[in-house]
Structure formats: C-alpha cells, structure tokens
Design a protein around this ligand. Structure first.
Ligand SMILES: C[S@@+](CC[C@H](N)C(=O)[O-])C[C@H]1O[C@@H](n2cnc3c(N)ncnc32)[C@H](O)[C@@H]1O
Length: 256
C-alpha cells in the first residue's frame, strides 16, 4: 500500500463507529459489517490459508494484471502470503457477503481462492463466479475448493477482458462484485463503467487496493465523484460502492 496515500487517508478519516451515519441501511452496514461485534466462524477460509502457507512446493505461474506478462517459479506458501485476502480484510469480505446475501457474487482475481472462501462462507446460498488468468494458480484454487467441500463456486480460468462482457450479459443478477486484480487506472475505470452501467441498481462493488498505486488512488477518487456511485465507503485499502439510487448519496471515509 502506498504510504503517503495511507497517511492521507488516516488524517481525513472519521466515522469510527457509525454514529454519524444517518441512512438506516448504511448505518447497519457500518454496525454489522465494518465494526461488527458479532462472532462469525471464519475457519473455512482461514484453515485453507493455513494449509496453503504450509505448502513448500513450487509452481510455475504466468503473471496477469499490472505487472503481467512474466513466467516464474514461486513457492506456494509465498504466493499465498503475498496474494491472499487475510486478517481483517478477509473477514470483512465474509461479513459483507453475509450482510448482503447476494444472488450472485463475481470475484475478479481468484488467486489461491482464500477470498473466494470468505465470500462463500459468508453467503453459502449465493453462487460465486471467480476469474483467474493463470492456469496453475486456478488449478490450485479449484483443488482447495474441492478439499473444503465447497460447491457454490464456479471458478473460471480466463483473462478478465476475454470474458467479462458476455459474463455480465448472462448474469444480470450479480449483486456483489469484488474487484481484486488488474490494478491499473484504466482497467479499474473500465470495470467500474461496465459494472455500474450494466448491473442492476442494487449492486455493490468492492475495490481492493485503492491506495496500491497513484493510478489506483486516482481511479478511486474519480469513482467516488461519479454520479452512479450513490454511497461510497473508503477504508485505507478498500473502496465500497453502493449503486442503489434509493440511498441517500454520501461519501464516508472511515478508519477500519
Ligand atoms: C490479489 S490476487 C487475488 C486475491 C484473491 N482475490 C483473494 O482475495 O485471496 C489477484 C489475482 O488476479 C489475477 N489477475 C490479475 N489480472 C488479471 C486479468 N486481467 N485476468 C485474469 N486474472 C488476472 C492474478 O493472476 C492474481 O492471481
């Protein structure tokens, strides 16, 4: 995460506990998702993560996204540490899915499937579609889903841009999109335009790594200002967009 953007975020952040939030739906989102005091069982994703972290085998990966186009050997344990959702952000994914109970969830960037498992545990009745470009990483994620007996996940091995238009046309009932790959300014804006125009108005978009680079921060600031983003919530790392025009428009910048 870019240090300057992170410091800037903490200086402007407020809304520590939801008390200054007036919209009932968003108040509940703060209460039950961002600052939840309820006990959740996070063991599905966290056991999978522990297993991956113990795996000392190497795999050959092809990189996609902002630093794409290279082939290299990596230790599975290192890949898991570097690319998986974990800790409070992984748990936030699970609580978000649990609160929203989406009909379908789309994840851009499966990696080893840890984030996917948080989403799956949060809303076992949702169908989750997850996309990963690298075949060896996709195969490992599929193995993990099978080993954990999870059957609400459809994992697709494809570059995002090769499939997204058709996928959205065929799945208008996607209510939650988790965008966690291809962290460039242009790709982020393109995905935002596609989802905000083509999904139903109740949809929620989660952008990970909004302060990962100058380009990502710029994209996030433009998304916040766009009229299709009705409510936006910003943490140091994640940007959440509610497209629902029935909500009272507002931008919240919160310490999490
Ligand atoms: C940060 S990781 C995803 C982590 C995962 N969502 C989680 O929560 O554990 C990003 C993944 O997106 C994949 N990716 C990035 N850009 C892509 C693209 N344009 N098409 C397909 N896959 C891409 C990368 O190969 C990488 O595995």
């Amino acid at each position: 995460m870019n240090l300057i953007f992170t410091l800037r975020h903490f200086l402007k952040a407020g809304y520590y506990n939801g008390h200054r939030v007036h919209s009932p739906n968003i108040f509940n989102f703060f209460k039950y998702v961002i600052f939840s005091k309820e006990k959740f069982d996070y063991s599905l994703a966290e056991n999978a993560y522990t297993t991956l972290r113990k795996n000392r085998d190497n795999i050959t990966v092809t990189t996609f996204g902002a630093k794409g186009g290279k082939t290299k050997d990596v230790k599975i344990s290192s890949l898991a540490k570097k690319s998986s959702s974990k800790g409070k952000y992984g748990r936030l994914l699970q609580r978000t899915a649990n609160f929203l109970q989406p009909r379908k969830i789309l994840e851009l960037g499966t990696s080893l499937g840890v984030g996917t498992l948080y989403l799956s545990a949060g809303s076992p009745d949702s169908k989750i579609i997850t996309l990963e470009g690298c075949t060896s990483i996709h195969n490992l994620a599929c193995e993990s889903f099978t080993n954990h007996n999870v059957n609400n996940i459809e994992a697709i091995n494809s570059g995002f841009d090769d499939i997204l238009e058709k996928l959205i046309a065929d799945n208008q009932d996607i209510d939650l999109v988790y965008i966690d790959g291809n962290h460039t300014y242009q790709a982020t804006m393109d995905y935002y335009e596609l989802f905000s125009r083509r999904l139903e108005s109740g949809a929620v978009l989660l952008f990970d790594d909004i302060n990962w680079s100058k380009g990502m921060s710029k994209a996030w600031r433009e998304i916040v200002k766009d009229s299709k983003s009705i409510v936006t919530i910003e943490t140091a790392r994640m940007g959440i967009v509610f497209l629902n025009p029935k909500l009272t428009p507002k931008h919240y910048c919160t310490r999490f």
